[in-house]
Structure formats: structure tokens, C-alpha cells
Design a protein around this ligand. Structure first.
Ligand code: DAH
Length: 348
């Protein structure tokens, strides 16, 4: 009987609708029952072939069923949509109480840290920090510093030359040329320190790099003496390496100073007993220094009878190696984070 079929159809449709829990399943259900080729649509279309006396009753039942299923579909569809939305909101919720990912913060290169430490000490002793060119005229790098063209000492600085038709141009092999540049521009009193990058034509090994850093110092005024040099360097060494440091000055030669000295501190690792760091000598050489040569003063137009001065120059990488026991200078410029991250002191 038609009416029985409609009742069975209704039950099946409603049961399947109740089981449809996703938009996809709902769409499948809708196509199966209410779509253009759906069972209800076909049912209504088939009414015409019924006996005329059956038609009104079956027709109403079929139309009622269509109406009921459409409403049930809308209810179910709304419920599914709301449930899916709620699930998505729950899944996408951000837990603001979770700890964030810490961004990786870099640190200053150990050479930069050392330059800051050293220049800070001298700044507090009344020195001004100045910088100068890394590409330099031969005149400033050598001639004005009392190293004339044929002087054998010129070979000491294994220089990288820049090709030039007219003038000798070099990558500065030391920061000393800045002594000349500063004195040319100013009149005494002068107290400056000059940190900077230097270059040498050199085979690279554990203690030599073809580029490195120096810090130059220069003090010029009336009545400046070697005692001022000794006092200033001793105070500097004690601020950097500890108040208990003992200091040593020995004769040395540099063309631009007279007399020249090398400056050493007692080894802070063995306190002068002798160890691997100080090569069993108990002393660590820190820098070269001396009284500015009268010829150098004359070269910048100063009267050496009126003005005297002293200068010093130190290697920055060497200072870092001594302070932290770095065994190989090549580590500084390989960009290896495992090395660099060990120097993670925060420097303002
Ligand atoms: N310029 C020298 C060098 O590179 C270091 C030096 C020695 C600088 C003595 C000075 C000084 O100012 O007085 O080896």
C-alpha cells in the first residue's frame, strides 16, 4: 500500500538525517531525498499514475512528508553548523598563558667587547676616542712615522698594497698612522685612543690573522714624561686585569718612539710562577710603547723642544686570547656560534 511505503520512507529518511553529523553527510542526504532526483521528488512526480480516488490522500501525505523533511533538514543543518563552528573555535583558541618563544638575541663580538672595555678605561683617564681610515697613504703609515722608504723596519709591517699610479696606498698595517692625522689637525694638549681594524700580508696561523684590531694611544703636551706613560699604563693594566697586577717595562725598538718599550704584566694565571700561558716566564707582554720620536713631532710641525709625548699600540685579539684563554686567533673570524656564544656578557 502507498501509505505504508510513505511511512517507511519517512522513518528511514528521519533516521538517516539524525545520523548525518557533517555538512558533507547532510549534502548527501539532501540529494538522496529532496534533490532533483531525490526520492520525495520522484514520489510526488509519480502521483499522476495513481488511481484518482487515491490521489488526494496520498498526495497530501507526500506533500506533508516533503514539508516535514525540509524543516527537519534545516534544523539538523543548523545544529551541525553550530557544532562544527564551536569545535573550530575550541581548536583555534590561543592559550595566552603559554610561555612565548624566546627570540634569539645576539651578543657583541668578543673583540668589540674588549675594544669597549679598553676605550672605557682610557676615556675615564681623560682620553678621547677617535677613529681613522683603514685605507691609508704610505706617508701616514710609514714615512711620517719615521719609517722612510728604504728603511729595513718597513719590512716588519708586511703590508697589503692597493694598486695606485701616483701615491703609495696601503691597507693600514697598524693604527699608528692616526697619531700623525690627529697631530696634524690639532695642537697639544692631545690625549686620544684609536681603536681600529688593521691588515697585514701574513700567513694565517694560530697567532696570526691577515686582519685584526689594534688600539693606539697618544698623549702630547708640554712636560709629558716617561713617568706619565708608566703610571697611565700601570693603571690601565690594573683596571683591566686586576688591582694586584705588577707591571714591567723593558727596552724595545719602534722607529716612531725613542726610547721604545715593551710593556708586560705579571701572569694572572700563575701570578708570576710560570705556566703555559706566559711561556714559563711569569710575564705577559701586552703592548709596545715609547716616547714619541722628536722627528715624528717635527713631521707634524710641532717643536720637540716645547712638546713631548708618548704613544702605545696593542693588539685587541691578543688581549681577548689572554683574558679568556682562547688558543687560536682564527676562531674570531670563522663566525662559529659555538665559539661566539661563550662571550654572552651583556654590554650596554
Ligand atoms: N704600531 C706598532 C705595531 O703595530 C705598535 C706600537 C708600538 C705602537 C709602539 C705605538 C708604539 O704607538 O709607541 O707593531
Amino acid at each position: 500500500m502507498e501509505i505504508e511505503r510513505i511511512r517507511a520512507l519517512r522513518e528511514r529518511a528521519l533516521r538517516e538525517l539524525a545520523e548525518a553529523s557533517t555538512q558533507e553527510q547532510l549534502a548527501t542526504w539532501h540529494a538522496r531525498y529532496l534533490g532533483r532526483r531525490g526520492e520525495i521528488t520522484l514520489l510526488l512526480r509519480g502521483l499522476g499514475s495513481l488511481a484518482p480516488e487515491e490521489r488526494p490522500m496520498i498526495g497530501r501525505a507526500a506533500n506533508d512528508l516533503k514539508e516535514e523533511l525540509q524543516q527537519a533538514y534545516v534544523r539538523q543543518e543548523t545544529a551541525v553548523r553550530e557544532r562544527e563552528l564551536a569545535a573550530r573555535i575550541a581548536a583555534e583558541t590561543i592559550d595566552v598563558t603559554l610561555p612565548g618563544r624566546t627570540p634569539r638575541i645576539g651578543t657583541l663580538h668578543p673583540v668589540t667587547q674588549m675594544i669597549r672595555d679598553v676605550t672605557n678605561i682610557f676615556a675615564h683617564l681623560g682620553f678621547q676616542v677617535v677613529e681613522g681610515p683603514e685605507v691609508e697613504y704610505g706617508y701616514y703609515a710609514f714615512d711620517a712615522l719615521n719609517i722612510p722608504p728604504e728603511h729595513p723596519a718597513r719590512d716588519v709591517w708586511d703590508t697589503i698594497f692597493i694598486e695606485s699610479e701616483h701615491e703609495e696606498i696601503v691597507l693600514r698595517p697598524h693604527t699608528s698612522p692616526m697619531q700623525i692625522r690627529v697631530m696634524e689637525r690639532r695642537q697639544p694638549p692631545i690625549r686620544v685612543v684609536v681603536p681600529g681594524r688593521c691588515y697585514r700580508y701574513e700567513a694565517v696561523d694560530a697567532t696570526h690573522e691577515w686582519h685584526f684590531h689594534q688600539i693606539e694611544g697618544l698623549a702630547v703636551d708640554e712636560r709629558i714624561t716617561m713617568a706619565d706613560l708608566k703610571g697611565t699604563l700601570a693603571e690601565f693594566a690594573r683596571q683591566l686585569f686586576g688591582r694586584e697586577r705588577r707591571v714591567r717595562f723593558r727596552c724595545d725598538f719602534f722607529p716612531f718612539v725613542e726610547p721604545g718599550v715593551d710593556f708586560a704584566i705579571d701572569c694572572m694565571f700563575c701570578r708570576g710562577e710560570g705556566c703555559r700561558v706566559c711561556g714559563d716566564s711569569g710575564w705577559i707582554e701586552i703592548l709596545g710603547a715609547g716616547m714619541v720620536h722628536p722627528q715624528v713631532l717635527r713631521n707634524v710641525g710641532y717643536d720637540p723642544e716645547r712638546y713631548t709625548g708618548w704613544a702605545f699600540g696593542m693588539g685587541v685579539e691578543r688581549l681577548v686570547m689572554l683574558t679568556y684563554g682562547v688558543p687560536d686567533i682564527r676562531y674570531f673570524y670563522q663566525g662559529d656560534l659555538r665559539f661566539l656564544q661563550q662571550f654572552d656578557r651583556i654590554v650596554p
